[in-house]
Design a protein around this ligand. Structure first.
Ligand SMILES: NC(=O)c1ccc[n+]([C@@H]2O[C@H](COP(=O)([O-])OP(=O)(O)OC[C@H]3O[C@@H](n4cnc5c(N)ncnc54)[C@H](OP(=O)(O)O)[C@@H]3O)[C@@H](O)[C@H]2O)c1
Length: 378
């Protein structure tokens, strides 16, 4: 039997204390300590709390859309399995959520490059600081503080639902290509610089994969990717030159045919144990493989045998702190060379939190980004 998955019970509880300004946040309470062989129980509750005042380097944002990521449920699993290296959530209750978009409502004391009314998408930092700012930085609330080092302005033509898909997926894709593989970034005069070179992006229909395809294409790469057939046309519209059915029995042979042989670079946007090994298989000796989850021991063994460089975007390595990158997003979207993910909005505002987590946990998200609209919470 595999490891037991957590089971959640939800108890929503709306508090409307009149002296507090109306703001709804989701809090998670771990109601009993878990062992590795017992199912977990946590609960969701909705509460009001004062709107946070922006601090140095931050702006206050009215969150219009918050997107889900696999990391949302994984950080909770990290409380359950004691072999996880990082207990992300160190203090409950907490406010989760890493991806958000909305309008700037106040700016911090030293902020000069954002103003009230700017439309932004931002990467939330809910749990990296050990719990000091849990109530202020998570995406799943109606107002949040955005770190301006991880925020992009978005054009008026972009809707908040789609834009909220960008920060985590786009940032991870950029970290893979320009921080880990060290390509010269398009926003640093590297646009089209890699014409004639090939790269394989495994899992192109994932959020990370779809942003990696677009950025690699902008860099000039010929992009070969994998997905379910339902997404072939979509991924070609993002710039992939070949899309291979990830379930085909001869998927490796098809990739090698499309790439004219083993490739030098693979970004594994999925990084499950089998895709990690598959990445090693299709690489040429001394090639480079970027992973977005922890490197598995069999991957390391197989990579060492081919002298392949393994690179990772886990934890802080997945954060691409680059002002030119975040500043370039609005222009890239306006030019039509960067498209935000296709969103699926779950009705119910913050109350759809559990549904979003479950769909990710069960692997039921395909070629879309799940989004909730905190302001629609009743
Ligand atoms: N290191 C970091 O900083 C970082 C940041 C973000 C995400 N991640 C990790 O990156 C992974 C992807 O995250 P995400 O948000 O992009 O995921 P996502 O959008 O939820 O991924 C869903 C997609 O995964 C595809 N998929 C599932 N299994 C696959 C396989 N074996 N081969 C190819 N495609 C497969 C599905 O493709 P089809 O529907 O086409 O079959 C589906 O479209 C997760 O493990 C996440 O935790 C890491």
């Amino acid at each position: 039997m595999g490891p037991l998955q957590p089971r959640w019970t939800i108890k929503s509880d709306v508090s409307t204390r009149p002296r507090l300004r109306r703001q709804v946040v989701i809090k998670l309470r771990r109601i009993f300590k878990l062992t590795r062989c017992l199912p977990a129980q946590s609960k969701q509750s909705i509460r009001s709390q004062p709107i946070p005042e922006p601090v140095k380097g931050h702006v206050q944002v009215r969150v219009e859309a918050a997107a889900f990521n696999p990391v949302d449920y994984k950080v909770l699993l990290s409380q359950i399995y004691d072999n996880y290296p990082h207990p992300f959530v160190q203090k409950f209750p907490t406010v989760l959520g890493w991806d958000a978009a909305g309008k700037v409502t106040k700016i911090g004391p030293d902020v000069t490059n954002f103003k009230v009314g700017d439309r932004v998408a931002f990467l939330c930092m809910p749990v990296f600081d050990g719990g000091k700012t849990h109530g202020e930085r998570g995406a799943f609330q109606q107002y949040a503080l955005a770190d301006i080092r991880l925020a992009a302005k978005i054009p008026g033509t972009a809707d908040y639902d789609s834009a909220s898909s960008f920060p985590v997926g786009g940032n991870t894709a950029a970290a893979a290509l320009y921080s880990q593989l060290k390509f010269t970034a398009p926003w640093l005069a590297g646009e089209g610089a890699y014409k004639g070179e090939k790269i394989v992006i495994l899992g192109g229909s994932s959020s990370v994969g779809s942003y990696a395809i677009q950025l690699a294409a902008l860099s000039g790469f010929e992009v070969i990717t994998t997905s379910s057939p339902a997404h072939f046309d979509y991924l070609k519209s993002l710039g992939a030159s070949a899309v291979i059915d990830r379930s085909a029995t001869d998927v490796a042979a098809q990739i090698l045919a499309a790439a004219d042989g083993p490739v030098k670079y693979v970004v594994d946007s999925i990084s499950l144990p089998p895709t990690q090994l598959f990445g090693v298989e299709i690489l040429q000796p001394k090639g480079s493989l970027v992973l977005v989850t922890r490197i598995q021991p069999p991957t390391k063994e197989a990579a060492d045998a081919k002298e392949i460089t393994l690179l990772g975007t886990v934890g802080s390595a997945g954060l691409y702190f680059s002002e030119p990158f975040w500043n370039s997003i609005k222009g890239l979207v306006e030019r039509g060379v960067l498209k935000f993910n296709r969103p699926t909005v779950l009705p119910g505002g913050l109350r759809a939190w559990e549904e979003g987590f479950e769909l990710h946990r069960q692997g039921k998200v395909s070629g879309t980004k799940l989004v909730i609209r905190p302001q629609e919470t009743k």
